[in-house]
Write a protein that binds this ligand. Structure first.
Ligand SMILES: NCc1[nH]cc(CCC(=O)O)c1CC(=O)O
Ligand SMILES: [Mg+2]
Length: 334
């Protein structure tokens, strides 16, 4: 790194002067973390109970639409701008094309409406992908054992339309099919949804860290094979810029890098290159990893939460999706 100045030699320069008191540390902090930087992912389900714990994600529950509406009120009161919905539907309803994904009376439309009634002040974001609804656990349509791209686009565009129609503010394609942002944008424009935002999971990597989430939404047992023919290879960084550039040109308003903590280099490149709202997802495996250490007394919960979330801001994020969002917002004194 070349600095625009040469720091004076010690003792003219003593970097510790700027760290000597809490007030001066606050005064010179280069970045901030506030509740406005947080998106709270909610797992919702169509089961009878209001709250069912997810074993691999201590502190996370599968919520009924009614409980999701309560959570949305909590988010509003904590100053969290948006919640993101992820469905766990009855396995008996899953099929090859993910019919449930486009049911206008399905779980996600129910939840959107319940949340909009309870807390209209906050944004609702929905995941666009078929994996939670398919009996093979893939994000697109499968033919002869291959996840086919173009045939998946119509399903995904219809799913996004159904979500927008039910009142979603933000649709967030997480499927990693090529061309899906364009297909979704065209469907939204054609149907008058000019203001629906697209937050694309533009640089989403095939990751071990999605494991607990797949338990939470009930897709682990369903999934045949892996997602490496559509999610990115973690060896790559330049390719992430291509993915992001394509999604922006296809109509994405905001982009995301996922997972989070092992991919902060990607976040930094994306935010510096495109200067567009950039988000990262501190995913289920990152949450589970931290909760396991916290439960063992190996990590201090409050400090670890704030430090990891602040790291995303330093790397250039506009905001972060995190299961720790409500805890973080409380710590930040909302
Ligand atoms: N399209 C599916 C989807 N949407 C969000 C996550 C992961 C979220 C998390 O791990 O917290 C995944 C998992 C996957 O791609 O298998
Ligand atoms: Mg892409």
């Amino acid at each position: 790194m070349t600095l625009p100045f040469m720091p004076g030699p010690f003792p003219m320069a003593r970097p510790r002067r700027l760290r000597s008191q809490p007030w001066v540390r606050r005064l010179v902090a280069e970045t901030t973390l506030t509740p406005s930087d947080l998106i709270w992912p909610l797992i919702v389900h169509d089961g009878a109970e209001d709250r069912v714990p997810v074993p691999s994600m201590p502190g996370v529950f599968r919520l009924s639409p009614k409980a999701a509406a309560e959570a949305a009120k909590e988010a509003r009161d904590l100053g969290i701008p948006m919640v993101a919905l992820f469905p766990n539907v009855d396995a008996a309803t899953k099929d090859a094309i993910g019919t449930g994904a486009t049911d206008p009376d399905g779980l996600i439309p129910d939840c959107i409406k319940a949340i909009k009634d309870a807390a209209p002040e906050i944004g609702v974001m929905c995941d666009v992908a078929l994996d939670c609804y398919t009996d093979h656990g893939h994000d697109g349509i499968v033919e002869d054992g291959r996840i086919v791209n173009d045939a998946s686009l119509d399903r995904l565009a219809e799913q996004a339309f159904i979500q927008a129609h039910a009142g979603a503010d933000v649709v967030a394609p997480s499927d990693m099919m090529d061309g899906r942002v364009q297909a979704i944008r065209e469907a939204l424009e054609a149907n008058g949804f000019h203001d629906t935002l697209i937050l694309s999971y533009a640089a989403k990597f095939a990751s071990a860290f999605y494991g607990p989430y797949r338990d939470a939404v009930g897709s682990t047992k369903m999934l045949t094979g892996d997602k490496k023919t559509y999610q990115m290879d973690y060896a790559n960084s330049d390719e992430a810029l291509k993915e992001v550039a394509m999604d922006i040109s296809e109509g994405a308003d905001m982009v995301m890098v996922k997972p989070g903590m092992p991919y902060l280099d990607i976040v930094q490149r994306v935010s510096e290159t495109f200067k567009l709202p950039t988000f990262a997802y501190q995913v289920s495996g990152e949450y589970a990893m931290m909760q396991a250490s916290i439960a063992n007394g190996w990590l201090d919960q409050d400090r670890a939460i704030l430090e990891t979330l602040h790291g995303f801001k330093r790397a250039g994020c506009s905001g972060v999706l995190s299961y720790f969002a409500p805890q973080a917002a409380r710590l930040l004194g909302a």
